[in-house]
Design a protein around this ligand. Sequence first.
Ligand code: C5P
Length: 232
Amino acid sequence: MNDPRIIVALDFAGKKQALEFARKTTPAQCRLKVGKELFTSCGPALVEELVAAGYDVFLDLKFHDIPNTVQKAASAAARLGVWMLNVHALGGSAMMRAARDGVEIVARRPFLIAVTVLTSMSEQDLRDSGIDKPLPQLVRQLARNTLDSGLDGVVCSAREAAGLRADIGDAALLVTPGIRPEWARADDQQRIVTPRQALAAGASYLVIGRPITGHADPAYALELISESIAQR
Ligand code: C5P
């Protein structure tokens, strides 16, 4: 079975651009990530359209709420037919277990992963929020909580992937953003790695946005990246 490693971040403001992109590629080449901007402007109907077009959709809404609310939101996402969804590990183990129960309502449940600490947060930001633990330790603890709560894996920087892989085992999914092929601009990403490096570090799936969506020929950009990882 075809199992593309690339998840394209559809960071578009509107439905027209998102569907246009989906027509330029195929579900055999990539999976698609729908985040807060696109979901808030276009709603679940767009997700259903992408799923109906055959795409595996990662619904990146990072749920973080009381367990009952997250369970119901996770069930709603599962009913949309998404392939993967996520929550914040800082929501706690009870919330993550509730999310896991929530996705079980469909026969083929989506993968459920957690964000440990947002990569935009510094250690100072954590201290300002009353969290004194060093950031790497906190990431590892939250990753372990995530797996212990029955989730499938975590979102992490590819630079954290090798350490986390050793910590939480081979079966866990590691989904890594911050990826840039050698030929692409870094944009606002600070600590980038190439697609090959990310996979070598143990990443399961690569989230890639602008190098593909901002390319004059997105299908060609996707092909170049797919070739670079096929030669691993
Ligand atoms: O365009 P680019 O490849 O930078 O897009 C990366 C995607 O991954 C964006 O949708 C961004 O919100 C998401 N992301 C990230 N860093 C994280 C978590 C998610 O860049 N730590």
